[in-house]
Write a protein that binds this ligand. Structure first.
Ligand code: AHM
Ligand code: MG
Length: 320
């Protein structure tokens, strides 16, 4: 079944279906550009500019941002969007009628772009708060994650997949390179209750709080009855890819506060919240280490926060 048909079968609103058509279209363009990069197209590397967070922008980051902006603007369903690559939220003037706002990381895992390792697009979709037909304001964009009406990611990897939820289960769709359609391959995937994988950048170990140090040590020490290790470490450095593996196999991903990033590295609105929404809709959990991440009331567009997400048993052991 195609993504569109599946959304219709779930009685998704017409505006939401239009948004997913836009995501399908933009992701196919980005996917084909990601593949062309491997042919030596002039798309690898830095663009020579920085985003508002002082991070070097890659050519593909900016290209992906432009693709999604174009499709969302054309959809007529989106009033505005906030992006990792844009200093301020964008309002689509021609679409004051749009009912939705979107937060997006157009190409996550920038450090993996040049080395042919999986990268992704992460998005969160909300209903606007301000009345349709009026200009957008901060409150439209600074909504707690629990108000998401849908979220998802595109995983550009061995195959290209969209993993998304409109609040009733989390589903996986694979892009058929021949027909160029996304097909449902896994309905209502469940995060395994427990898992073997922990994903964390251990170079930051000395910066972890005592609880996280204890948990990392627990993962290294714990043995099964036969004496073999209980856990294994896997860290790709692309949130989408690390999350995706853990969603299928069971595991936990943690990016805590560190000395370099005292508030955490990942962004609440377009990285942590959508991933937590997908996790929760698949029976997993998402937290900042102290509370359910979806309860946090954001104060800034590019707000960072510590992030724990994954299988519920591992999450409980990690956070206590
Ligand atoms: P980005 O949005 O600039 O790509 O940063 C987010 C990425 C995540 O995908 C990944 O999990 C994390 O940064 C890796 O960071 P580090 O290299 O510090 O471990
Ligand atoms: Mg990112």
């Amino acid at each position: 079944m195609e993504l569109k048909e599946h959304l219709r079968a779930a009685n998704a609103e017409a505006g939401l279906i239009k948004i997913f058509e836009a995501i399908e279209q933009a992701s196919k363009v980005v996917q084909s550009e990601v593949c062309r990069a491997g042919l030596g197209a002039d798309i690898y590397g830095a663009k020579g500019s920085e985003n508002i967070q002082g991070e070097e922008q890659q050519k593909l980051d900016v290209y992906a941002d432009e693709c999604f902006i174009k499709e969302f603007r054309a959809s007529g369903a989106v009033a505005g969007m906030a992006s990792e690559e844009q200093d301020n939220a964008l309002q689509f003037d021609a679409s004051l009628e749009g009912e939705y706002v979107i937060m997006i990381d157009p190409l996550d895992g920038s450090s993996n772009i040049d080395v042919n390792v999986a990268i992704g697009t992460i998005f969160a979709i909300y209903k606007r708060i301000s009345p349709v037909g009026s200009p957008l304001n901060d409150a439209d964009f600074l909504q707690a994650g629990k108000h998401q009406v849908a979220a998802g990611y595109v995983n550009y990897s061995v195959s290209t997949q969209i993993v998304c939820s409109i609040g009733k289960g989390t589903h996986i769709y694979t892009l058929d390179p021949k027909s160029k359609d996304y097909h449902l391959i896994k309905e209502s995937i469940q995060f395994p209750a427990d898992g073997k994988v922990y994903s964390i950048n251990e170079v930051n170990l000395d910066d972890f709080d005592e609880n996280l140090k204890r948990y990392a040590q627990h993962c290294k020490d714990k043995r099964k009855a036969d004496g073999k290790r209980m856990y294994t470490g896997r860290y790709i450095g692309s949130l989408v890819a690390d999350f995706h593996r853990n969603l299928i196999k069971g595991g936990i991903y943690v990016y805590p506060a560190t000395k370099d990033s005292p508030k955490g590295k990942l962004r609440l609105l377009y990285e942590c919240n959508p991933m937590a929404f997908l996790a929760v809709n698949a029976g997993g959990k998402g937290s900042d280490g102290r509370q359910n991440i979806l309860e946090i009331e954001p104060t800034e567009l590019h707000q960072r926060c510590p992030f724990y997400v994954g299988s519920p048993v591992m999450m409980d052991e990690a956070i206590g």
